[in-house]
Design a protein around this ligand. Structure first.
Ligand code: SF4
Ligand code: SF4
Length: 251
């Protein structure tokens, strides 16, 4: 049986899933399609996911980019986007897939944790509130359905350790929505460098903050900055600075 994804495979089926509905899905080395989904993807990474992978691999941003990722302008937002480098020389496989499975499992990106669940956010035009919607992604090559305990989508999210990554994605989506509303199209080259720094290059962000070289911020006393070792706090701090630097106090 050929379980590999290929160009002749039918389009994935999306089956809407309410928060109360249960589904069964399990995946692991015993399954015939093991690892076959970790190839031929465009795996865009959020800044939170890049940070998790960098910490796991102990790589500074420039080395992570050089070895494992590509950086380009997102076609919809004009903002810098990072994707994993699925090189043709490796059969377009993920740089982290091994015969034993995912070599960065504890730091795998949120989309890998969520699969086969897809999540979309919708903002109400009436009150501006966000609501989340879920679907199951059913692909012909994937044999994981019908195995394992029945669970709801929120049990799945918690079981996969995807909650924090989703919250970080939601914060990012707020910033992107603001950017699309106030500054559609590409930013100025200097501003794009700020975005790369605040999203991905936290070592540089820390240096620039300490030296007072960030737009709108004089040199900051260490006590007013996040703890040097708390990269997740720095990521949030950098996003807040970036939002002010690009859009002022607009909401
Ligand atoms: S990061 Fe891990 S789970 Fe995600 S595509 Fe790569 S090998 Fe697969
Ligand atoms: S069951 Fe689905 S998710 Fe798991 S390895 Fe197979 S194709 Fe990938």
């Amino acid at each position: 049986m050929n379980t590999e994804p290929n160009s002749l495979e039918p389009e994935p089926e999306l089956v809407a899933l309410s928060p109360q509905e249960r589904f069964q899905f399990s995946c692991g080395p015993g399954i015939s399609c093991f690892n076959h989904c970790c190839q031929d993807l465009i795996q865009a990474l959020t800044p939170y996911n890049v940070l998790g992978l960098r910490r796991h691999l102990k790589l500074a941003w420039p080395h992570f980019l050089e070895q494992h990722a590509v950086l380009y302008a997102g076609p919809d937002t004009g903002l810098p986007v990072v994707s994993l480098r699925f090189a043709p020389s490796r059969g377009r496989r993920c740089p982290f897939v091994t015969p034993q499975g995912c070599s960065v499992y504890s730091a795998r990106p949120t989309s890998c944790r969520l699969y086969p669940v897809a999540r979309a956010l919708q903002r109400s035009r009436q009150d501006g509130r966000l609501s989340e919607h879920f679907a199951l992604v059913k692909e012909a090559h994937c044999r994981g359905f019908g195995h394992g305990p029945a669970m709801t989508v929120h049990e799945w999210i918690d079981g996969q350790g995807a909650r924090e990554g989703l919250e970080a994605s939601d914060r990012l989506m707020e910033l992107i929505a603001l950017k699309n509303r106030l500054r559609p199209g590409r930013l100025a080259p200097e501003e794009e460098q700020w975005v790369v720094m605040a999203f991905y290059d936290l070592e540089l962000l820390k240096q620039e903050a300490a030296a007072g070289r960030l737009k709108g911020l004089a040199a900051q006393p260490p006590s007013s900055l996040p703890d040097a070792g708390d990269d997740y706090a720095w990521l949030n701090w950098g996003l807040a600075w970036l939002q002010r630097a690009l859009f002022g106090e607009a909401r």
